[in-house]
Design a protein around this ligand. Structure first.
Ligand code: C5P
Length: 242
């Protein structure tokens, strides 16, 4: 495709900025080092995070695209930037879980680390104002956020993404504990996987030691945050230190 020109900033989120381009169907996403947790109550920066998450998201989205999941990803443009198709985000955070942790452990009193009998999907209403509440299909229907058919497709994609990522990560000695996906629709109404897949949005544990290699190190003040993100990239590109 033709090289695109970066235009005006359209939106600044907690971890990314989105820019228009000279081609209406594409936008440029720029990854920041800023980190937030607990709905913006905890703030900080993680050195090099923007570059690392840009690279890791590109690796995961290329893998998923290759396996037939339609995504917004086009190409990585620079250390911090990637070109993506413009979508309208469906305001649902789709969480898939394999192992109990985080808010699931808290809500249901399950010990962190308990392997679930099967993967589960949870839906949260993407709203900073409301603190991203857990919602169900009935809530989604009355809010008019997505049709039952769209929701069925989203669940199917989310579970397929889970199987693909779990298998890929298992080969790199990483357990995929849980993760969050976002989907959008393009101008034709096609559902595309959007946003990012990175240690900001996934729980990754070392398969042998269960050491956390994700944003929980920042959320829980465990230290070694940057090193954990770097380690995840090393595992993904295949240079696993002895
Ligand atoms: O906090 P909780 O246990 O519900 O998070 C589940 C998964 O979803 C975690 O991997 C977390 O990183 C991700 N998540 C996210 N953005 C949110 C909430 C959760 O990426 N707003």
């Amino acid at each position: 495709m033709q090289p695109v020109q970066k235009g005006a900033m359209l939106y600044e989120g907690k971890a990314k900025k989105v820019y228009a381009t000279d081609q209406p169907e594409y936008v440029i996403v720029e990854y920041k080092d800023d980190a937030t947790a607990f709905n913006g109550e905890k703030r900080g920066t993680i050195g090099g995070k923007g570059e690392l998450n840009n690279r890791m998201t590109a690796i995961f989205f290329e893998l998923l695209d290759g396996a037939g999941i339609p995504t917004h990803f086009v190409e990585r443009l620079s250390d911090r930037e990637q070109l993506v198709k413009r979508v309208t985000i469906i305001p649902i955070e789709v969480v898939v879980r394999n192992i109990a942790a985080g808010s699931l452990s808290k809500r249901l009193g399950l010990s962190e680390g308990w392997e679930l009998p099967r993967p589960i999907v949870e839906l949260y209403y993407k709203s900073d104002e409301l603190g991203d509440p857990l919602i169900n299909e009935d809530h989604i229907a009355i809010l008019g956020i997505a049709t039952p058919e769209q929701l069925a497709r989203i669940r199917e994609y989310a579970l397929t993404v889970n199987s693909l990522l779990r298998e890929h990560l298992a080969g790199r000695r990483v357990l995929l504990v849980d993760f969050k996906l976002e989907f959008g629709t393009d101008a034709a109404g096609t559902i595309l996987l959007a946003d990012e897949i990175s240690p900001d949005t996934c729980r990754f544990w070392d398969a042998d030691t269960h050491e956390k290699l994700d944003k929980d190190r920042f959320r829980r003040d465990l230290g070694g945050v940057e090193e954990a993100y770097q380690e995840m990239l090393r595992r993904l590109v295949g240079v696993v230190p002895a």
